[in-house]
Design a protein around this ligand. Structure first.
Ligand code: ADP
Length: 713
């Protein structure tokens, strides 16, 4: 137990040291919940150690009690033995007169009772009559004579006479020959005959033999028995106690007439185990189990706390989410009563959540005139499980009576056990959406009207632009005809031929003007665009009369260069002719401006057709109009295709923008680049398809036709 105490106190000291060393950490980490746990664990530990200590003590006391009980039994055994011996010694009284008989009986007694060393028969004045010694040991009064202990015998006999019963002397030490000695005790029994003292029977006991012979062997096994004096001096010892860590002692008085001895019993026992007995072990195990359960509970509590925190966080997050939502949320039970609304919904309808929750129908945000219809609608909708997935539109009312449209998306509300408990709705205020739609519709209408106006304007501008050329040609031919008629030199025949030709041209140009009107009309309406397969040459041929007319007027030489690899193109013929015409006219005008500046006379306008460089399998044909004019400055290039941009006084600035639109409508590309050494190349591409027998390639120096030249004014 002391070892346990020592260990406990050492661990407590180590713990205290650790706590002191880490006091800063403790101060930092200390919190009330932990302190409770620490207290609980400390309490349990102290309870456990107290229990073990008490159990150890209890076991010790048990041993002590058992030892004391044993000692009492030993005393009892000794007293019983001594009493029996007295009886047997008293029985000798009858044979005292017969010395031989006495001797026989005494020897018999000495053989049976080994603790008696010697029996003497003494007369009334203590004179020795007869004596017998134990056969089990050598004569004990060899070294020191029996007379030396006569006073002890006398004392015992005096006491015996006084008591009229057997009495004992005080113990005395009798040295032996072997250098040892033994503690002896005399018993004196007065011999009384008819009331008269006739002598004494004196028996000498060996205290050690008393311990070995009179004590039950079961009791003395493994224990040390001894007679001691009151100061603790041992008089006789018997038995060697088994060695152990701890000695237990018990003392008992052996009260004899005339003498009192102290009997001491020593028992060596090992330190009680850490768990001294099954009960303690059981209780300790239960306490340990309790600690384990507490720890598990603690862990469980920590988990619960964490789950609670997580839940609280999730709830807070959900609440924050619901509060920040702009969509109104509404939950209804199976009877259609509102069970939940979010702040956005309350704000939307302008009614407090308290007023809305569990409100009986009709709801406060239903317009009164629609309340009946809404109730019917709700009953039908809630009765059927099939809700429109895209939601439905409705009208809600604010407390001030204003109505506003909403989009309601509803879904069944299923709880954790899978039970249908109501309906959840998301409500969107779609007033703004409606307003935007309205604005967009109005502006769409306005746009359409504007587009129609623009279309009329565009058509008018185009017509005026495109009709200029045929009309100018008609006018030229008409003037030429008039001149012919006024010229008297001409013969009938030549006059007729020339006039027919002029009228043919006039009719052609008039027809062309009609086609232009139709084409422009179609172009503006973006429909009935007729695509036909046309050879590039026929396109050039068609514009040649007009181009050459102007070329002659401006003294320009025309050059036509058609690559043999070219194929037919798929296009709106009239519109593409107009594009070519525009470009040729622009080129010639640019050259005219240039010649005014440089006074150069040789001016060539080249019309080139070849397969587009980048096209695969000749899918595109490239048309180029190359002039040697002023060229295009960067400034002009920027606005070249802007409608109504022109640098010429009589120009309209629509030509190039229209050209580009036409080409792009064909899927082609229109662009320009500077020509070397001067001038500009305008080029565009058109989709092509190969046809067998492509017209033969040619590079033609196209001079103004002789017939047309006649009509130049
Ligand atoms: P318009 O011919 O009525 O002026 P266009 O759209 O056909 O309208 O031409 C716009 C402008 O582009 C012209 O005013 C001219 O300045 C410039 N331009 C067109 N073609 C050429 C060219 N081949 N060389 C130089 N400038 C040109």
């Amino acid at each position: 137990m002391s070892l346990l105490k020592f260990k406990l106190s050492r661990s407590a000291a180590v713990l205290a040291q650790a706590v002191w060393a880490n006091r800063h950490l403790w101060r930092l980490k200390w919190n009330p919940r932990w302190s409770l746990w620490v207290m609980l664990v400390a309490l349990l530990l102290s309870m456990l150690s107290t229990l073990i200590w008490l159990a150890g003590r209890y076991e010790g006391s048990q041993i002590q009690t058992r030892l004391e009980r044993d000692t009492a039994e030993v005393v009892d055994d000794i007293l019983t033995g001594l009493r029996r011996n007295i009886q047997e010694l008293e029985a000798l009284q009858s044979s005292e007169s017969h010395a031989e008989l006495w001797r026989l009986q005494v020897n018999e007694l000495l053989r049976q009772q080994r603790e008696i060393i010697r029996v003497e028969w003494r007369d009334t004045s203590l004179g020795l009559i007869q004596a017998e010694n134990t056969p089990f040991r050598p004569f004990v009064f060899n070294r020191v004579s029996r007379a030396s202990s006569a006073h002890n015998t006398a004392q015992a006999c005096a006491t015996a006479v006084r008591l009229s019963a057997a009495a004992y002397s005080g113990s005395y030490f009798m040295p032996q020959k072997d250098g040892l000695g033994m503690e002896l005790l005399d018993l004196c029994i007065p011999l009384i005959e008819e009331g008269q003292l006739t002598g004494y029977t004196v028996a000498t006991y060996s205290l050690q033999e008393i311990l070995t012979e009179l004590v039950n062997k079961q009791l003395s096994r493994g224990q040390g028995l001894s007679f001691t004096e009151s100061d603790g001096t041992r008089l006789a010892i018997a038995g060697t106690p088994t060695r152990g860590n701890r000695i237990y002692s018990a003392q008992q008085l052996l009260d004899l007439p005339g003498n009192t001895l102290i009997l001491r019993m020593d028992s060596w026992r090992g330190t009680p185990d850490f768990f001294p007995n099954v009960l303690t072990a059981l209780v300790s195990a239960m306490a340990i189990a309790l600690v384990a359960v507490l720890l598990l509970l603690g862990r469980d509590m920590r988990r619960r706390l964490k789950a609670e925190n997580d839940l609280a966080e999730a709830l807070a997050f959900r609440k924050a989410m619901e509060d920040s939502l702009v969509t109104g949320l509404r939950a209804r039970d199976l009877q259609g009563r509102i069970t939940y609304v979010n702040p956005a919904f309350c704000e939307m309808v302008g009614v407090d959540a308290k007023e809305l929750l569990n409100h009986s129908l009709p709801n406060p945000y239903w317009p009164p005139e629609l309340a009946g219809a809404y109730e019917d609608r709700q009953a039908i909708r809630l009765a059927s499980a099939n809700l429109p997935r895209g939601g439905h539109e409705s009208i809600f009312m604010r407390p001030d009576g204003t109505r506003f449209p909403v989009l309601i998306i509803e879904a069944p509300l299923i709880n954790a056990t899978g039970k249908h408990t109501g309906w959840m709705s998301a409500i969107l205020d779609i007033s703004e959406q409606r307003r935007v739609e309205e604005v967009s519709r109005t502006s769409q209408d306005r746009l359409q009207a504007t587009a129609r106006l623009a279309m009329v304007g565009e058509m008018a501008s185009l017509l005026s632009h495109e009709l200029n050329q045929p009309l100018a040609a008609i006018s030229s031919y008409a003037t030429g005809s008039l001149n012919l008629l006024g010229d008297a030199r001409g013969t009938e025949a030549t006059l007729g031929t020339d006039l027919r030709l002029a009228f043919k041209r006039i009719s052609e140009q008039a027809e062309r003007a009609g086609k232009v009107i139709k084409s422009v009309h179609d172009f503006v309406r973006r429909r009935d665009q007729v695509r036909e397969r046309v050879s590039p040459r026929s396109l050039l041929d068609a514009i040649m009369p007009l181009v050459s007319l102007q070329a002659r007027k401006l003294s320009v030489r025309l050059m036509i260069d058609i690559d043999p690899a070219c194929h037919v193109v798929l296009c709106d013929r009239t519109m593409v002719e107009q594009v070519l015409l525009n470009m040729a006219r622009n080129g010639m005008q640019a050259m005219q401006a240039e010649s005014k500046k440089t006074h150069a006379h040789e001016r060539v306008l080249t019309l080139r057709v070849k397969p587009a460089a980048a096209s695969e399998a000749n899918r595109w044909v490239e048309f180029s109009v190359i002039d040697q004019g002023v060229g295009i400055s960067a400034e002009v290039a920027e606005k070249l295709f802007t409608p109504f941009f022109t640098t010429r006084a009589e120009g309209m600035g629509l030509g190039l923008s229209l050209c580009r639109t036409v080409i792009e409508q064909h899927g082609g590309y229109l662009g320009h680049e500077p020509a070397k050494p001067r001038g500009t190349i305008f080029k565009f591409t058109l989709p092509s398809g190969p046809i067998p027998g492509c017209p033969a390639p040619s590079i033609t120096a196209f001079q103004t036709t002789p017939d047309a030249s006649e009509f130049l004014t």
